[in-house]
Design a protein around this ligand. Structure first.
Ligand SMILES: CC(C)(COP(=O)(O)OP(=O)(O)OC[C@H]1O[C@@H](n2cnc3c(N)ncnc32)[C@H](O)[C@@H]1OP(=O)(O)O)[C@@H](O)C(=O)NCCC(=O)NCCS
Length: 173
């Protein structure tokens, strides 16, 4: 039987020390977010973040929540719960470098896309940083301009090179 050996589960507050270690391993100082902001995000009703463990420790995470098209979460920003949502927003995904290229990221993404589509969300979006634009393009995401000045300012919190990307969520996720 084929299938991924990686089985994600919901991210919990107990995972935060491990998440921070993965975050430090994957990002430069400019993108490091605090345990306090992740704890607030986990408490949001909109949160749907996942985590993966390997050898008893967090090895990867995908911080995500239900949002709306064209809305950017600024660096260090909260996962704001909205009355109406149409978009699975992927805020941050990181995989320990030692495990890269083994399908860990895909194992985090696929169940979240499927769950969001089943919940009726029609879009998925993210801010691409650290030269990850080609990675997300391979998953069908395309750069989209932001018309709203407030959202442009949020995007600017990630510095030069950050782009807002989105795609539709379909039956084939
Ligand atoms: C990007 C990242 C999440 C991918 O995780 P992963 O578990 O290695 O991904 P997968 O194994 O599912 O997929 C790997 C594939 O993506 C490709 N890939 C990885 N990073 C890429 C990039 N920056 N640009 C284009 N392709 C990329 C690999 O070459 C590989 O291709 P293959 O399937 O043809 O061999 C991981 O490298 C990471 O944590 N990077 C640092 C944090 C980061 O930049 N996150 C995204 C910010 S928005």
């Amino acid at each position: 039987m084929s299938g991924s050996p990686w089985t994600p589960r919901a991210l919990t507050p107990d995972d935060l020390p491990g998440l921070l270690a993965v975050q430090r391993a994957c990002y430069g100082d400019g993108f490091v977010e605090s345990a306090a902001v992740f704890a607030r995000r986990l408490a949001s009703p909109a949160n749907c973040s996942l985590v993966l463990e390997h050898a008893g420790a967090v090895c990867a995470y995908l911080a995500a929540y239900r949002s709306v098209q064209g809305k950017v979460t600024p660096l260090h920003g909260d996962f704001e719960a909205l009355a109406h949502t149409d978009t699975l927003y992927l805020h941050d995904m990181a995989v320990l470098p030692a495990l890269s290229g083994q399908g860990v990221a895909r194992a985090l993404l696929q169940p979240l896309w499927a769950q969001a589509a089943a919940q009726g969300l029609q879009h998925t979006a993210l801010v691409s940083v650290q030269g990850s634009e080609a990675y997300w393009a391979r998953h069908g995401y395309a750069v989209q301009p932001l018309a709203d000045a407030a959202q442009q300012a949020r995007l600017a919190s990630y510095g030069a090179g950050a782009v807002y990307m989105a795609r539709r969520l379909g039956a084939g996720v």
